[in-house]
Design a protein around this ligand. Sequence first.
Ligand SMILES: Cc1cc2nc3c(=O)[nH]c(=O)nc-3n(C[C@H](O)[C@H](O)[C@H](O)COP(=O)(O)OP(=O)(O)OC[C@H]3O[C@@H](n4cnc5c(N)ncnc54)[C@H](O)[C@@H]3O)c2cc1C
Length: 424
Amino acid sequence: MPATPQNPHRVVIVGAGFGGLEATYRLKGAPVQITLVDRRNHHLFQPLLYQVATASLATSDIAWPIRYLMHDRREVTTLFATVSGVDAAGHRVMLEDGASLPYDTLVLATGVRHAYFGHDEWETYAPGLKTLEDATTIRRRILVAFERAERETDPERRAARLTFVIVGGGPTGVELAGTITEMARHTLPGDFRNIDTRKARVVLIEAGPRVLAGFADDLSAYAKESLERIGVEVVLGEAVTDCTREGVVYGGKTLKAKTIIWAAGVRASPAGEWLGAPLDRAGRIQVEPDLTVPGHPDIFAIGDTITINAWDGKPVPGIAPAAKQEGRYVANLIKARLRGETLGPFRYNHAGSLAQIGKRLAVIDFGRIKLKGAIAWWIWGIAHIYFLIGLRHRLAVALSWLWIYIRDQRAARLITQGSSKVTS
Ligand SMILES: Cc1cc2nc3c(=O)[nH]c(=O)nc-3n(C[C@H](O)[C@H](O)[C@H](O)COP(=O)(O)OP(=O)(O)OC[C@H]3O[C@@H](n4cnc5c(N)ncnc54)[C@H](O)[C@@H]3O)c2cc1C
């Protein structure tokens, strides 16, 4: 049935992350009625999540209420709900609370979660970083470790309190390792009386042969050297084989550490399982060239929860610009279909890869142009401020960074989610 203002086409978008939000924005003006469903009430700028985990930014600096982002879009209904399945035959999205939503077109943009390679029990000791709660949990663990060390008299136990292990040498692992080291060396020393926080050990363990494996070799090498120069111990070619209350095991030896952070692997959301779709080993849906789910021309899937070779035959990376480009493509295809037209297959354009290592230290891989050091760091900072939504957030983040740059002070050093009770 053709869409008209009286009979709008019903689009349900599941997930208001980078992909889902972009699709919603790009459908503006189309004859559609959109229901945007997310189990969180906020859109999260995940690239700066590690800055919340390391007390550099506040939670509200990198998140926006979805309802507010959509407040002037009368055709968009925002639902705070968890999707638990899809009844493709009945064209309905099933919600966890038993309700269901009818759709004409469905867009699944549900992202990924942590993966512990079959060892989910490690999560208790090695939390991953994906949500605001994860970030404040990690922040709490880091800050509590220094507090406990301040009161610890046994040298071995104190050393374990002051040892921070990050598992995984991708951008998140590198950024966490660099920032925790700078916090220990430059932000905290004056605040403690019994410990020298500069002696804290930050150990980055990567199973592969280099950190930042998605970057060019010379930038990876630069990142490793820079990390070591600022005081991070980088361990390459060693897979972590156990995480416990006492520390991590790798290469047959145990490293005693009270704080372990997992930045090593992800698994797609169960969206593909809802539809019995073909999946890769990480559970990502192997979508068609037009980003529809095989066998379901009215269901699109985008962002981290899919895999597609649309980058000169290579897999599209799981990064925010890719999710946004896919969201934009799907919105354009929905609009084209409503006009009785179609579009060619999705093609991904890679603008570049960026990672921060520490203050005035970053790497940028634009393909032919590669940048490192202070210039890359300034571009990294400006790009991230630019991609935040709204002036207030841009100003708040810029001011926090200026403060860190000038004074080495991180204002969000707050231990929340509990009192000082010793639990470990
Ligand atoms: C710590 C970290 C650092 C990163 N750094 C960078 C970086 O520097 N640069 C970069 O480009 N990319 C970075 N990324 C990757 C980038 O954030 C992702 O590629 C991007 O968020 C993917 O967008 P998405 O829309 O697929 O998923 P997401 O943005 O993850 O959004 C998924 C949404 O779906 C919702 N959802 C999931 N399941 C359900 C359900 N069952 N019901 C309802 N709602 C649901 C979630 O609440 C979430 O809001 C980083 C990611 C992380 C975790």
